[in-house]
Write a protein that binds this ligand. Sequence first.
Ligand code: PLP
Length: 397
Amino acid sequence: MAIAAALDLRAEFPTLDREGLVYLDAAATSQTPRAVLAAMDDYYAHHRASVHRGVYAVAAEATDMFEGARHRVARFVGAEARNTVFTRNATEALNLAARGTAGPGDKVVLTEMEHHSNLVPWQMTGAELLWVGLDTDGRLRLDELDEYLAAGGVKAVAVTHVSNVVGTINPVAEICARARAAGAVSVVDGSQAVPQMPVDVVELGCDFYAWTGHKAYGPTGVGVLQGRREALEALPPLIGGGHMIASVTKEGPRWAEVPTRFEAGTSAIAEVIGLGAAVDFLSDLGMDVVREHERELTAYALGRLSGLDGVTLDGPLDPADRGALVSFSVEGVHPHDVAEIIGGQGVCVRAGHHCAQVLMKALGHQATTRASFAVHNTREDVDALVAGIGRVQEVFA
Ligand SMILES: Cc1ncc(COP(=O)(O)O)c(C=O)c1O
């Protein structure tokens, strides 16, 4: 396909200078483009100062770089900067949304395909959890969602945009609309979606949307929570301290406005600036192009792997409904052995429960092996994966 052939980005990623490295683990963490490293280096080398406080020139430059990044990160997903909160990662963003939304006595609808980051925080609220299951294709049972909503009294609906295990792209706009009609708050985990497809959080109609920088070609240590203004304003802050207050007396604090009230302490300044460069990198490529490149590679991988004897795949087989990853099992071989032998050939894949043990149980697996695709990957990388699986089968024959 023409678009896939046009993306030749290996040279943009210094880690991929390593001879023979085939990196198929972007769903765990992406590689870092040179432009992101340069942006963070520029801050540290030329503009290092604390943001929001200093009145001298270097501090003003650092603040402009930081807040400029907030604007670009917001625009990248159709949000406003004033409704864009920086957190440490998606996990912290989801904790903030969950803990501020539900408590004991509330009902919360979750799906069986949630990553632990959009599951354990809800367990910690003490709310009653109602689970939406999957059909045999790895799609959500929306009839179950409707039953829960029809029964009434649901406080929140939490759902992942794209599954990190079965790859399903969920109809989140539809789910959020149904949640809203039933008076429930919607919380979407966009960690796997934002790096690989166009996302507009306002069009999706969700109350909260969380994602993480390090899967979106940004650095570790920065995540994002976006939301409707009223939803964000209704959330209590999770962490208290400097910067997040309007004033403090012995009697107590008065919170600063959103998003400041959720950004206590010194921010991850270089990381936010790096994330700004990462969304510029993706915007320059164009998210339609990124999606098409990865959809085409995923289709190629599904075609090649489904033709292998003794290999089974999880999730929808139609690449139109599927994010850029393939979870698979090799008959008679533990996924860790699969990953280790493939890794010995220089091909990096992930094995385990992928922080989704509820899903693993529903699928009847202890673990799977997962290959995931990013902008730097090519068909040759998929061929290397297939050769690696062949080697696994030889070893265990
Ligand atoms: C779907 C999904 N949600 C949330 C997370 C958590 O991201 P982080 O560890 O950056 O908070 C991940 C990471 O694996 C994920 O795949």
